[in-house]
Design a protein around this ligand. Structure first.
Ligand code: AMP
Length: 283
């Protein structure tokens, strides 16, 4: 596996691959890889001729009181895991390489960025959209794979690609969970054993919501109350939000007509965790 740290080298490699007619797939990550990330790599491998993974803990998407410096990092382990998945190239620029001292340009995807996680993390999605736009311009992938665990992020990037006419195809990959149901996340590393048990109430609450919908419940207020009650059984879990929104525009819905996104965020110990599921009526 080739490893590049400089934008100019990355560009040169991509240009050569494109000229040779090869299809480049990009999977952007912040590292500290788990099965969720690796599952994206496996999907990416099938979608083109060359698979590029990036590892970049993006300072622009962390708030001043967030965990940028504490965010878990383990490059040697990540490198071994990517190699095993057959990744062709790892792009791992430094923060200085990506953001020069004079950097002043940001991508702001309006409305979609200020709801759900955007409400409690102002500026977060501006940082995400900016770095993804930069990675697309540097790596020049034909296809990019993102996880639907970060559903809002996927919607925002899709909007950006459409609005800025970016020439890249986006693929959304389903949430990968541990056997006990917890959505995999690098931030799960922050959880003690006890906190981890408490965090299982998040995925349990989503299952509860799906059961209610399959029994015919359509009212958001009832579904949200049931989700909150399930999570509320674990006093260690502090809910940030539980919302039912339309899956495309992320605007709150009062009833489920067709596809709705049930999204939640909660704090457990030091970790802020997110999870979601799509709810749809019918069998
Ligand atoms: P991150 O390193 O957290 O920025 O994640 C990199 C990519 O992996 C993003 O597209 C995430 O949505 C995706 N991802 C992270 N965890 C999971 C998971 N449990 N299931 C599916 N995709 C995931």
């Amino acid at each position: 596996m080739k490893i590049l740290e400089h934008i100019s080298d990355m560009r040169r490699w991509s240009e050569a691959e494109r000229c040779a007619g090869r299809r480049i797939v990009l999977v952007p990550t912040m590292g500290f890889l788990h099965e969720g990330h690796l599952s994206l790599m496996r999907e990416g491998k099938k979608l083109g001729d060359r698979l590029v993974a990036s590892i970049f803990v993006n300072p622009a998407q962390f708030g001043p009181n967030e965990d940028y410096s504490a965010y878990p990092r383990h490059l040697e382990r990540d490198r071994g895991l990517l190699e095993k998945e057959g990744v062709d190239l790892l792009f791992r620029p430094s923060a200085e390489e990506m953001y020069s001292a004079g950097h002043r340009t940001y991508v702001d995807v309006e409305e979609l960025s200020s709801v759900l996680c955007g409400a409690s993390r102002p500026g977060h999605f501006r940082g995400v959209a900016t770095v993804v736009a930069k990675l697309f311009n540097i790596v020049r992938p034909h296809v990019a794979v993102f996880g639907l665990k970060d559903y809002q992020q996927f919607r925002i990037i899709s909007r950006m690609v459409e609005d800025l006419n970016l020439d890249v195809e986006l693929i959304g990959h389903p949430i990968v969970r541990d056997e006990d149901g917890l959505a995999m996340s690098s931030r799960n590393a922050y959880l003690s054993e006890e906190e981890r048990k408490a965090a299982l109430s998040l995925s349990r609450s989503l299952i509860k919501a799906r059961e209610l919908v399959s029994q015919g419940e359509r009212r958001s207020s009832v579904i949200i109350a049931a989700v909150r009650a399930e999570i509320g059984k674990e006093p260690q879990v502090r809910i940030d939000y539980v919302q039912l929104v339309d899956a495309a525009g992320l605007r709150p819905v009062e009833r489920i007509h067709d596809e709705a996104l049930l999204a939640l965020a909660a704090r457990v110990g030091k970790a802020r965790l997110i999870d979601n599921t799509i709810l749809k009526p019918g069998p």
